[in-house]
Design a protein around this ligand. Structure first.
Ligand code: FES
Length: 85
């Protein structure tokens, strides 16, 4: 099975709107549930293509999610990677 891929936009707008916190949420979740080696997490500025106003933006397996606050981030993670802890 291919590794799921999570891309977190690090453009300044998304970063300020909540992706700084989302990085911590993702890292903590992967660690707590021993998924660190099963997922590719990419921190990227390349999502910034006129979507800043809808941020923070996160792409999971090619699908764009907008307005991802830490609560939504956690829900997306639970869906993608069922909790093991
Ligand atoms: S900063 Fe993320 S889309 Fe522009």
């Amino acid at each position: 099975m291919a590794k799921p891929k999570i891309v977190i936009c690090l453009g300044s707008s998304c970063f300020a709107r909540g992706n700084e916190e989302n990085i911590r949420v993702v890292e903590a979740y992967l660690k707590e549930n021993s998924y660190e080696d099963d997922v590719d997490v990419e921190l990227s500025g390349t999502l910034c293509q006129g979507r800043c106003a809808e941020g923070p933006n996160v792409v999971i397996d090619g699908r764009l999610y907008s307005k991802v606050d830490p609560g939504v981030m956690l829900e997306l993670l639970r869906e993608l990677l069922p909790p093991r802890a």
